[in-house]
Design a binder for this molecule. Structure first.
Ligand code: MN
Ligand code: MN
Length: 319
């Protein structure tokens, strides 16, 4: 493909000018076809503590203006290797969670047509369930790498089965993810009971705790993740609260003692040869942000996903 439309030219229009699309990419309706899409999912009716992640997509887009065409860490040109588009936001019901999940699943299903990878910008973590439903419909049961301070495998909360604390229990029950290929990373903080951990284990997950970083370092974490997921089609879900509040203050349920942004970017880049079919970055709640610290971290994480997906899609379309 040599008719790829990339970013608005930062030499002709300054990076702070113009309407916000992710990384100043074309909108999906501006190009005839696409290989990789970025989409906003402004839904936060499933939160249990501080709300506001419905404003995540627009804050991340605004923070993504400084993303430039060349990614030196991966030696890639993500917006030239393949056609990447901003697909806008998926409109979803702010009051009816099951209906919103159906709308999110349908929206993502359309974007994934032909197996195309999608990066979703949340929204709260509830959106991971309809995203996994859509992705597994295209690719079969998926390996899951879930970065989060929290397990998100509760059963119910105040009787509600679909919240931001339950998506991965539901995904395991629905057979959307592979029990032998799924892992949580960055887990920390207080729990209601030790039973939370035992329940999680019985659902098939392996846990990499945040405190494990001190002992085995980023490289050790990478090796454990790779050993777990193998070469299975992979879904990567990042709850931004996996980062320490120093690196991501703007989130609904902050926990002390998390990863640095550099550590997380490094672990994501280590997945460059994995088949990432979809990814999400959730729980950015901009009202709690300072100097866009959290939104900048989220935008840069999305850039790494796009870089990996774009290189793989470009390779596919030219070979
Ligand atoms: Mn969390
Ligand atoms: Mn979460």
């Amino acid at each position: 493909m040599n008719d790829i439309v990339g970013q608005a030219d930062g030499q002709k229009s300054p990076r702070y000018a113009g309407l916000s699309t992710f990384a100043r990419l074309p909108r999906i309706e501006d190009v005839p076809n696409y290989d990789v899409s970025v989409v906003g999912i402004p839904f936060d009716a499933g939160v249990t503590f501080r709300p506001g992640a419905r404003f995540g997509p627009s804050a991340i887009r605004e923070a993504s203006r400084l993303l430039r065409p060349y990614n030196p860490a991966l030696d890639s040109r993500p917006f030239a290797d393949a056609q990447v588009v901003d697909a806008g936001d998926i409109p979803c019901n702010p009051f009816d969670i099951p209906q919103a999940m159906d709308e999110i699943q349908q929206g993502l299903d359309g974007l994934m047509a032909g197996g195309r990878p999608v990066v979703s910008l949340g929204g709260d973590h509830t959106i991971a369930l309809p995203a996994l439903r859509a992705a597994s419909a295209h690719h079969g049961p998926l390996a899951l790498v879930h970065f989060d301070a929290h397990l998100d495998t509760w059963d119910t909360y105040f009787g509600a089965p679909y919240t931001h604390g339950t998506p991965f229990r539901r995904a395991s029950e629905e057979g959307l993810i592979r029990k032998d290929r799924s892992v949580h990373a960055g887990i920390r903080g207080s729990l209601y009971d030790q039973k939370d951990l035992l329940d999680d284990e019985s659902l098939g997950f392996t846990v990499i705790n945040a405190r494990d970083f001190d002992r085995i370092g980023t490289q050790g974490i990478v090796e454990r993740v790779q050993a777990r997921v193998g070469d299975a089609p992979l879904y990567v879900s990042i709850d931004i609260d996996v980062l320490d509040p120093a690196f991501a203050p703007a989130t609904g349920t902050p926990e002390s003692g998390g990863m640095t942004s550099r550590e997380l970017l490094g672990v994501i880049r280590s997945l460059r040869d994995n088949c990432i079919v979809a990814a999400d970055i959730v729980e950015v709640s901009p009202a709690y942000d300072h100097a866009a610290i959290t939104a900048v971290a989220a935008a840069n994480l999305a850039y790494e996903f796009i870089s990996i997906m774009s290189a793989q899609q470009g390779h596919r379309s030219t070979h």
